[in-house]
Design a protein around this ligand. Sequence first.
Ligand code: 5GP
Ligand code: ZN
Length: 116
Amino acid sequence: MHTDPTCIFCKIAQQEIPSYRVYEDEAVVAFLDLSQVTKGHTLVIPKHHTKNIYELPEDVAADVFKRIPTIANAIQRETGAIGMNVLSNAEEIAGQTVYHFHIHLIPRFGHEDGFG
Ligand code: 5GP
Ligand code: ZN
């Protein structure tokens, strides 16, 4: 498993930095985003460090993506959301600020929920 000791999400994965975890197993961690764009805004990351979707190995992609439906359903149940945006930013132009691949799960509660 490749990790980068300078990477903030690797530190979260290794529990060197605290986070509010909503899911964890041997390959993946899901935790609440520090800045909640809507209630329950969650980030899903592989424990394996990789910069973004361009550099994501297929096996790591499979580990992450196959868990998304389960995590999304759990968030849906917990928050009572009526929908969800699922997205990943790659490179600065697209809004990437943390260079460890992650998927945003953004629960939606209505047009006035403050996102999009
Ligand atoms: P990006 O802009 O790269 O797609 O998303 C990075 C996200 O990571 C941002 O939404 C930001 O709020 C979140 N974030 C940055 N640092 C931390 C942290 O230390 N803990 C948590 N929980 N989220 C973080
Ligand atoms: Zn990392």
